[in-house]
Design a protein around this ligand. Sequence first.
Ligand code: ACO
Ligand code: OAA
Length: 375
Amino acid sequence: MAEQPKAGAGLRGQSAGSTALCTVGKSGSGLTYRGYDIHDLAEHARFEEVAYLLLKGKLPNQAELDAYVTKLKGLRALPDALKKVLEQIPADAHPMDVMRTGASMLGNLETEQSFDEQQDVADRLLAALPSIICYWYRFTHEGVRIDTVTDDASVGGHFLHLLRDEPASELHARVMNVSLILYAEHEFNASTFNARVCASTLSDMHSCVTGAIGTLRGPLHGGANEAAMAMIENWQSPEEAEREIMGMLARKDKIMGFGHAIYRDSDPRNDLIKRWSRKLAEDVGDSVLYPVSERVEAVMWREKKLFCNADFFHASAYHFMGIPTKLFTPIFVCSRVTGWCAHVFEQRENNRIIRPSADYIGPEKCDWLPIEARD
Ligand SMILES: CC(=O)SCCNC(=O)CCNC(=O)[C@H](O)C(C)(C)COP(=O)(O)OP(=O)(O)OC[C@H]1O[C@@H](n2cnc3c(N)ncnc32)[C@H](O)[C@@H]1OP(=O)(O)O
Ligand SMILES: O=C([O-])CC(=O)C(=O)O
């Protein structure tokens, strides 16, 4: 079979629609959400403000933010039927599969009846997804049925509170806030594009989000933070890390957490999360994982001019906060659901079914063979 030409493969470099939500790599290596620079958002914003910006179209004023936080807090409880389903999922299931099932089951119980409900459906998903993953995790790993309603003002604080059964420290809540902001939106990445394709058929929000979760799960996309952790935790020193990375490069292995489909020189989210990873390393007195991560970064740049994407230093940052590796990508979901839903709104606003063409590379016309005549 003829080989696909690489240049256009994966729709790379082709515009597949328009968006007012995000620019990726447009000004230097920049990233903006509705015109706001990611550095400003990570420094000054609360994640809930960013969620409001993406979903409602503007930054909230104080009264709007307060009302939004109160609304989200009121949407954290899970229906009994959903809890029952979560309790059936085995402890060794992948938590991204739990997220996928959770979003889908919520769609059965609280079906979006009309697009007029889309804002409420998005807010409900944003509030409920941390509850879904933590309810399943604590039930299957610790045998407890947790109350998923907390008084934490932030989504990140709420997640950590449910996971550990105690309120998060100020440092951890701050890092979660930054992390959720960094992961919230990224233009036509694979999972968002999946959500938009689904939306373009005029399907419901839960279907769009469920498909997006499945797409984010893969190690070439959101799953890279877990894969990066699985790699770096094997190494006890920067020297060992360098030796191993050199071997992996020689074998042409993919190094998870490096490279990007759009950015060419750097991912602007990396410096931001790396700074917090360093702070957390100091906080826990780490002298292995952070230096190992930095050495991997240096070697990858020296050898291949490949840079860390958003996922690489998220691995050590989450690890230093004591978050189990298999919950890394579900946290990404708890954030990216804002971007996904905002893209679904945008797609619905100006819709045409997404249906590209394909270059046929199969056989020419074949003559029909009766079954007895086939090899
Ligand atoms: C939040 C996110 O989703 S960020 C992305 C998370 N994913 C990862 O970290 C997985 C590792 N990275 C990758 O697989 C890729 O860099 C992707 C999927 C992110 C982007 O893929 P592409 O757009 O196809 O990459 P690109 O065209 O820049 O690749 C150029 C070359 O660099 C190589 N390359 C790219 N990334 C890596 C990597 N992480 N390790 C080793 N080699 C790499 C490619 O194999 C390719 O080599 P080739 O031309 O010999 O085939
Ligand atoms: O944009 C992409 O291709 C992947 C990415 O970084 C993201 O979704 O955050």
